[in-house]
Design a protein around this ligand. Structure first.
Ligand SMILES: Cc1ncc(COP(=O)(O)O)c(C=O)c1O
Ligand SMILES: Nc1ccccc1C(=O)C[C@H](N)C(=O)O
Length: 429
């Protein structure tokens, strides 16, 4: 039943259980700690779009570094099993696989908003003729604050220099043809196109390749915030060619609250010494980093944007998470995700209630795993109802439930149960 791309779904528990029995990735659920209620019963966790679950190995890897610190202290930088000076390097390869990049194009460092600022220092170079930034209208607030502050800091006015790509009146999703029109009108004035992908609210995935080509056609730099994309959509960053991308690792990458972020700088910028950047000693070439009294000589590629020596205790859970991704294979994860979210979509449509509709695109190529369900006349109490029923999903004002079945630890049965609870809660409002 699961081997076909066109799955014939059924609205029964037995179908869901059978789909789980045939799911080649089902056993990966065992590698995570599932949250439990006060009676020790597993909760149904559909909130990986906010915070992914803890890989069981995370504790072991964090403990390994605590032991190193206790036992060999400063020697850990060079003599730990994974020397601390090289720790970020063992993360780069598997991370690059997930975002479709070359290892030299990816680095794990800082946090998302910080990395976005660092990238804008390098790739937002406003001039009087070309000083605008284009973002999607309902960008995540942090992205919007970051771009506005950058515009302001460079001496321009966000009211004049920020262009919003909006859905048409009465529509929820942004259309690519409207982006083309905006670029025709303003392309020569735009310094940077910066898009959050997929959108945190609607779950809409935007076409990275097409947006990049469009931006580059008009001479703009193009960057993506993959907070909701990394580990969830095929980003193919190298081939698709954006100038940079940034992301966090605490959502689909299951690396813990506030975990370090990731950053992609396309290979074409790897050795561009003319590119301005904020610098710190960890971006300096390893061979001479400890010579101390030398001028800054950046490591080619994304690593050259590092500032500080990284927090090893925060990197350890990322190591645990990326091992799981490498073992499962990202394409297998995507294949399951399409089926799992497709099943959720099918079950929601089966409810057949005019008060709910799915904001997220119905085409699986235009979304990741999240479905955003708009509920007419509902308020936060609906979300509370889910929590009381043992289902963890999230609510975004004014009226949207976001549900994200994560293919590494969610089952078809989880999705089936979620739809049953939704039906019951709708009966009460
Ligand atoms: C799209 C997007 N951008 C930015 C952020 C903020 O990230 P951070 O707090 O890690 O800087 C988030 C999530 O919190 C997000 O979803
Ligand atoms: N990191 C967090 C800390 C506290 C509360 C929420 C978050 C989120 O990540 C929210 C998420 N970015 C969202 O798309 O809503």
């Amino acid at each position: 039943m699961l081997k076909e791309e066109k799955v014939q779904y059924q609205n029964t528990l037995s179908f869901a259980k059978q789909a789980d029995a045939e799911d080649p990735l089902a056993h990966f659920r065992e590698k995570f700690n599932l949250p439990k209620d006060e009676n020790g019963k597993n909760l149904i966790y559909l909130c990986g779009n906010s915070l992914g679950l803890q890989p069981k190995k995370a504790r072991e890897y964090v403990a390994e570094e605590l032991d190193n610190w206790a036992e060999i202290a400063v020697e850990g930088h060079f003599k730990a099993k994974v020397p601390w000076t090289e720790y970020h390097e063992i993360l780069a390869q598997p991370m690059a696989e997930i975002v479709g990049a070359k290892p030299g194009e990816v680095v794990i460092m800082n946090t998302l908003s910080t990395n976005l600022h660092l990238m804008m220092v390098s790739f937002y170079r406003p001039t009087p003729k070309r000083h605008k930034i284009l973002i999607e209208s309902d960008a995540f607030p942090s992205d919007s604050y970051a771009v506005k502050s950058q515009i302001h800091e460079r001496g321009y006015n966000p009211n004049e220099s920020l262009i919003l790509w909006k859905p048409r009146p009465g529509e929820d999703l942004c259309r690519f043809e409207d982006l083309e029109t905006l670029m025709e009108q303003h392309g020569e004035e735009i310094a940077l196109v910066m898009i959050g992908n997929s959108n945190y609210y609607t779950g809409q995935k935007y076409p990275i390749k097409e947006i990049t080509q469009l931006g580059h056609k008009y001479g703009c730099k193009v960057g993506f915030d993959l907070a909701h994309g990394v580990g969830n959509i095929d980003a193919d960053l190298h081939d698709n060619g954006p100038d940079f991308a940034v992301w966090c690792t605490y959502k689909y990458l299951n690396s813990g609250p506030g975990a370090l972020g990731g950053c992609f700088v396309h290979e074409r910028h790897a050795n561009d010494a003319s590119l301005p950047r904020f610098t710190g000693w960890w971006g300096h070439k390893m061979e001479s980093r400890f010579n101390m009294r030398v001028d800054f000589d950046p490591i080619p590629g994304a690593e050259g944007w590092q500032l500080s020596n990284p927090p090893i205790l925060s990197m350890a859970p990322i190591r645990a998470s990326l091992e799981i991704f490498a073992e499962a294979g990202f394409q297998n994860i995507r294949a399951k995700s399409r089926k799992l979210t497709g099943y959720l979509e099918y079950l929601i449509n089966e409810i057949d209630d005019e008060r709910i509709w799915i904001l997220t695109p119905l085409n699986p190529d235009e979304r990741g795993c999240q479905l955003s369900i708009q509920v007419k006349n509902a308020d936060r109490s609906m979300h509370d109802g889910f929590m009381q029923a043992g289902i963890i999903c999230d609510w975004r004002e004014p009226d949207v439930i976001r549900v994200a079945p994560a293919p590494l630890y969610n089952s078809f049965e989880d999705v089936y149960e979620m739809a049953q609870r939704l039906k019951q809660l709708l009966a009460k409002i």
